[in-house]
Design a protein around this ligand. Structure first.
Ligand SMILES: Cc1cc2nc3c(=O)[nH]c(=O)nc-3n(C[C@H](O)[C@H](O)[C@H](O)COP(=O)(O)O)c2cc1C
Ligand code: SF4
Length: 418
């Protein structure tokens, strides 16, 4: 039987006016916040730990543990922050935009609950500067939440106070990386910081900071309102809940689809109307440029953080770019490498030189030069060295598409033909 969408995070989309807080309230909005405020902050954190929620920004880190670390770190420090990562720069990813444009109160509510849990009195939403509608609608949601008593001093008479403001990104992919984002948030150039310390210890303005993706936060009101056991019953043991997949490329109906974690790529493609024009599936790039190519042998693998990792693939942000027979894996790989070269900040040598070298070698591959086998092994070696020596995760990423393209499509890369 064909799989159906399971809309939890996207449940209000198309049913409410995102600019009308009364619509959101009528759909059960801010019930999670009301319940959270009736609980001890520590109990909110434990509920998120028990729910098994994992970060939807790409790394899949357990969200409850992150809250706990941020809450527990530097007990003497009175200031702490929540920063919402709404930079959405990973190629092929467009789910956070849908939440921000169509249901902004949902992730705002999640932000308020998370801030209450860790005792933050200030939250920032770092939104990609080109996302004009997301910025406008989020600002409207913030203004309406203040007016309704969900933000500001003494929220709903609980004694808890929180302010939320928007900061804009300026189109840098690297500024989606959490520590770089914090530099940019503080008004500095978007260069990465060295980890550790992690944001939970020294984040925005050197204070303990919880950084979460928009989709992650949008899950929180649902978990608090309906309970962690309910949430754990959806998805897989290692990755509870749903995931919003953004599927593009050679399918009939590209777009955002919310499905339980553990759905297969085959089911997702079917839901997206099947392969365009009845073409045969060839490959998909999972997780964007910092993701992995897979071939048809992976069509039935459950898509969860751990199940994909066991097979050497990534779920990442949930981007799925589908290729059909006749499409060139080389072209997509070449695009990814040019993207990394363009987005490298140039601060460290392995990435600054490595991203350029990778593009040069990929160019030589295209020109049909002899010694292609050697070129491929040099590209692999170059990206391994980058992964081991680069300062930040951007330079550690090219190994993912390079290694997986070679693993599945070596013959094509050697022959120079799709
Ligand atoms: C180069 C790079 C770009 C990133 N871009 C984003 C992004 O646009 N949005 C996002 O939520 N996370 C992005 N991340 C992941 C963040 O660093 C971080 O893991 C995430 O915001 C944590 O939130 P989560 O635990 O809710 O997933 C990026 C990471 C890297 C290395
Ligand atoms: S790895 Fe790349 S993006 Fe990261 S600091 Fe080094 S040069 Fe900059």
């Amino acid at each position: 039987m064909a799989i159906q969408e399971q809309r939890l995070v996207l449940k209000n989309i198309g049913h409410i006016d995102p600019e009308n807080i009364r619509d959101y309230l009528g759909a059960g909005g801010y019930e999670g916040l009301k319940k959270a405020l009736s609980m001890e902050p520590a109990a909110v954190i434990e509920a998120i730990v028990d729910s098994g929620l994992r970060g939807r920004g790409g790394a899949g880190f357990p969200s409850g543990l992150k809250q706990r670390f941020t809450n527990d770190s530097r007990p003497g420090c009175r200031e702490r922050y929540v920063v919402v990562n709404a930079d959405e720069g990973e190629p092929g990813t467009f789910k956070d935009r849908v939440i921000m444009e169509q249901d902004p109160h949902l992730y705002l509510e999640g932000t308020i609950i998370a801030a209450y849990a860790i005792g933050a009195s200030q939250a920032y939403i770092y939104i990609r500067g080109e996302y004009y509608e997301s910025i406008r609608k989020t600002q409207k949601a913030i203004d309406d939440a203040y007016a309704a008593g969900f933000l500001g001093k003494d929220i709903l008479g609980s004694g808890y106070s929180l302010d939320v403001g928007i900061k804009l990104g300026a189109g840098s992919y690297l500024c989606g990386e959490e520590l770089t984002m914090l530099e940019s948030l503080e008004g500095k150039r978007g260069n990465p910081r060295i980890k550790p310390p992690f944001p939970a210890e020294k984040g925005a303005f050197n204070k303990p900071t919880l950084v979460n993706n928009v989709e992650t936060l949008a899950n929180i009101p649902l978990i608090i309102a309906r309970g962690q056991e309910w949430y754990r019953g959806i998805g897989t043991g290692d990755s509870p809940g749903t995931k919003i997949f953004t599927i593009s490329g050679q399918v009939e109906k590209p777009g955002c689809y919310e499905l339980p974690m553990g759905v297969s790529l085959r089911q997702l493609i079917e839901l997206a109307g099947g392969m365009r024009g009845g073409k045969s599936f060839k490959s998909a790039l999972l997780g964007g440029a910092a993701g992995t190519f897979v071939d048809e042998s992976m069509l039935d693998t459950p898509m969860s953080f751990d199940k994909l990792r066991e097979k050497g693939a990534t779920l990442g942000s949930g981007a799925v770019i589908v290729m059909a027979e006749g499409d060139s894996v080389y072209d997509i790989l070449h695009n990814c490498l040019r993207f990394f070269r363009h987005e490298s900040c140039g601060k460290c040598v392995p990435c600054r030189v490595g991203t350029t070298q990778l593009v040069r070698k990929a160019d030589k591959l295209r020109n049909g030069q002899p010694g292609r086998e050697k070129l491929l092994s040099e590209m692999l070696r170059e990206s391994e060295v980058m992964a081991a020596t680069s300062l930040c995760p951007l330079g550690q990423s090219p190994i993912l598409p390079v290694e997986s393209a070679i693993r599945y499509f070596k013959k094509e890369l050697l022959d120079g033909e799709a």
